[in-house]
Design a protein around this ligand. Structure first.
Ligand code: ARG
Ligand code: ASP
Length: 760
């Protein structure tokens, strides 16, 4: 690499790390900057790792291209995102709106995670035909299974539309008024963008409403299940290994997108044909090493990197510990029942995994924020900000009182944080009360929207009872209502709960017995009968239903005492954060800012790397099949090895998928900034080839949604060679690999453009 280019990059890294740019004028800082370089060069033999950031693909050209190339990328920004020619973005889809997937063949084959396809795989499973346990492979197109409701969405183009969206907005406007106006403007932008096309469109706010971007989309609704490994591979390590490194999970599943015969999106129909995508990812068969460039392309869900300490403290001190506690209670109950009964295990496997996932994440997040001193660091930034604001009369008028307003706003919501979290986690974490909520809504919608609500409730009930165990739910109800009663202030207690505690002398199990005996909500037959014949008698019966009565009281507490306060604070915070992020950008004009993740398409980039999670401890970047067998010796239930796996391992039957040392790679880590929603995202090398499938972060990294730490935070990917080995050798579905493009040699190196400027 050109020396000057390297200097330039390191300059930027150093500046961002220490925020030197604010002090640009000061002479000592200028000197330090100069000497800082020299020192950095002396002690850093390789290029510093990529920092945090989830970048909008259409801005890569102006913001990141040079930096990405300096870190080893051999492509141009135009190869990644282009509206005029096919580019990498055309191979990346939002999978069902909650995960990411990528096209890996010219015939619509989509790769995503096992845990992303889990709901679908589970929905096709029964005790007799358990696709979760046994895996599934369609050996012909006819065997591919349709999935009603599942869709994939491509991004057609992205445009900034800030001025259109903010048309008519004045700074003095109340937040509600502003929101109304903004959404009217957005409707117009969307209508214009989609007029006369089959495209969809969304406008998303960035930096809390400082900027707005339009995403024009194309959605396909016929997405069929092609294959999934057995859970012993796809979920190897289960919840024991979830959010953990070292990892050995083959977390992938495959789907195929179908279009109408003319290539346009269509609902499921027999005559549909495999989609011919504008681009699909070729596969790198030779792997990557430490220091190699990687990028992750996908749809990260939500980060909050610019929160002030006033927002972080209640999260760390109140919200996280309490939702952890509630979920732990629930998980223990579910686990005991699932262990006892195979039918319950299948019914609750997806629900259990969902609850367990963020339970464990929040524990890691709290820990990570503590060990990295996130609060102290952000306090220092806030002190800086205050100083900067106070140093100039105009700035003082705009930003001077921001931080104290944050403090005040959070004081106002203090009393409702606990009830808010308990209602979300304990009340609506209890299944019977969610069913009760559906019926309460039907009664309330009378007479206008009755039909619609009934239709909604029917669909809900069908899914609900397919995966429901009333006996299990009864235990959850008793435990979570007990927690609610113990932990929540009297002002937020439903009268019925108080009365029940009195009547049953605090024995919540007796109360649960009563509810589960008397309520119609826990019986599929009764619920269906009510929905089929929703007459006056039914309404009368429902008004007396004890589960509905209880849920109604919770609902009233929520809408009258909690939501009102929360909405006010959320609106106030939106406004404050809008000003704060604008202020930070003004204060650090040379720093490149990225907007928080908001389920829009983003690119993160970094290098393959291990990490130093604890003092005296180093995580290396790759795991191999041998590790699967080492874990088995640890003996936990989550480490299951199938006979087929044993046999292939004993014979070292790795096909063409072993690395140059003869070992079969399984997972690797890299320094790409990712979050929930990035699951299933392609991990791509410097040439635009697929090297792995993103599926997790290490536990020590989970605070990266609030504070990214470049020494600790690593994303976890399953190596594409492991994926293909499972498909081809393990499962004997080599016909799928034949659809793909496997690349065994590096393309000729591309000459980077010369850099003119020489650093002084
Ligand atoms: N932690 C990963 C992510 O947030 C994977 C979760 C799926 N696995 C599980 N055991 N719950 O989605
Ligand atoms: N496992 C996450 C997902 O499902 C990814 C992450 O949070 O790192 O998107």
């Amino acid at each position: 690499m050109k020396f000057e280019r390297r200097l330039e990059t390191e300059n930027k890294v150093l500046e961002e790390k220490y925020d030197l740019s604010n002090y640009k004028e000061s002479i000592p800082m200028k000197m330090m900057k100069k000497w800082g370089f020299a020192l950095l060069l002396l002690f850093t033999p390789v290029l510093t790792k990529a920092d945090e950031g989830m970048w909008l693909p259409q801005l890569l050209k102006s913001l990141n291209e040079a930096d990405m190339q300096a870190r080893g990328m051999k492509m141009s920004a135009e190869d990644i995102y282009s509206v005029n020619q096919s580019s990498l973005k055309d191979a990346v889809v939002s999978f069902g709106g909650f995960c990411t997937g990528e096209l890996i063949s010219p015939e619509g084959l989509v790769l995503t995670n096992h845990h992303c396809g889990y709901g679908q795989i589970q929905s096709h499973s029964s005790v007799e035909n358990d696709l979760l346990t046994n895996g599934f492979w369609a050996m012909s197109r006819e065997e591919e299974i349709p999935n009603p409701g599942l869709f994939v969405t491509f991004i057609v183009r992205i445009e900034e539309v800030t001025s259109e969206v903010l048309d008519g907005i004045t700074p003095a406007m109340e937040e509600e008024e502003r929101q109304e106006r903004v959404s009217l403007n957005i409707d117009q932008v969307v209508a214009k963008a989609t007029e006369g096309t089959h495209y969809g469109a969304k406008v998303k706010s960035m930096f809390y409403g400082n900027e707005y971007y339009l995403f024009v989309t194309e959605t396909f609704d016929d997405v069929r299940l092609v294959g999934a490994p057995p859970s012993a591979i796809g979920k190897f390590g289960g919840d024991t290994d979830n959010w953990m490194w070292p990892r050995h999970t083959g977390d992938f599943s495959m789907f195929r997108v179908y279009s109408a015969p003319d290539g346009s999106p269509a609902k499921y129909a027999e005559e549909n044909v495999p989609l011919k995508p504008r681009h699909f990812l070729p596969i790198n068969m030779t792997g990557v090493e430490d220091g190699d460039f990687t990028m992750v392309f996908g749809f990260p869900g939500r980060t909050q990197e610019y929160l002030t300490t006033y927002s972080i403290k209640p999260l760390v001190e109140t919200t996280n510990p309490n939702r952890i506690k509630i979920r732990e209670t629930k998980l223990n109950i579910l686990k005991a029942d699932m262990d006892k009964d195979a039918a319950i295990r299948i019914k609750y496997s997806a629900k259990y995994a969902r609850v367990a996932n963020y339970y464990k994440k929040w524990i890691g997040e709290n820990r990570g924020l503590k060990v990295t001193n996130a609060i102290a660091e952000k306090e220092a930034l806030e002190a800086n900000f205050q100083k900067w604001a106070d140093a100039d009369a105009d700035r003082k008028a705009t930003y001077g009182s921001l931080l104290s307003k944050f403090e005040q706003t959070h004081k106002e919501e203090q009393d409702v944080i606990l009830p808010y979290n308990y209602i979300r986690e304990a009340v609506y974490g209890t299944e019977v009360l969610t069913m009760a909520a559906k019926f309460r809504a039907i009664i309330d919608a009378l007479p206008d929207d009755k039909e619609k609500s009934i239709e909604g409730a029917k669909a809900y009930a069908k899914k609900f009872f397919k995966d429901y165990s009333a006996a299990t739910d009864e235990k959850v109800f008793a435990a979570l209502m007990g927690l609610y009663h113990e932990d929540i202030h009297a002002n937020f207690q439903p009268a019925l709960l108080n009365a029940a505690v009195k009547k049953y002398k605090g024995d919540m199990e007796d109360y649960a017995d009563f509810i589960f005996e008397k309520s119609a909500m826990v019986s599929e037959e009764k619920v269906n009968a009510l929905l089929e014949n929703f007459n006056e008698k039914a309404v009368k019966q429902l008004m007396k239903d004890p589960a509905i009565q209880l849920e109604r009281e919770f609902y009233d507490i929520y809408t009258q005492k909690v939501k009102t306060v929360m909405t006010d604070t959320q609106n106030a915070l939106e406004r404050l954060n809008r000003a704060y992020t604008a202020g930070l950008r003004e204060m650090m004009p040379e720093k490149t800012f990225y907007p928080d993740a908001n389920s829009t398409m983003r690119v993160s980039y970094g290098v393959v790397d291990g990490s130093n999670p604890y003092d005296g401890m180093r995580f290396t970047s790759h795991t191999y099949l041998d590790g699967v067998f080492q874990k088995e010796m640890a003996g936990a239930d989550d480490y299951i090895i199938t006979d087929r796996m044993r046999e292939l391992y004993a014979n070292k039957n790795y096909g063409q998928y072993a690395d140059e040392t003869g070992k079969l790679p399984v997972c690797f880590t890299a320094s790409n900034h990712t979050t929930g929603g990035n699951s299933g995202s392609p991990v791509i090398d410097g040439h635009g080839r697929l090297i792995g499938l993103n599926f997790d972060r290490s536990w020590e990294s989970t605070m990266s949604d609030i504070k990214y730490d470049k020494d600790i935070c690593r994303n976890i990917a399953v190596d594409i060679r492991y994926v293909l080995w499972v498909v081809d050798v393990y499962a004997g579905a080599g016909h799928l690999v034949e659809e793909m493009t496997l690349v065994k040699e590096d393309p000729k190196p591309v000459q980077l453009p010369e850099v003119e400027e020489v650093v002084e």
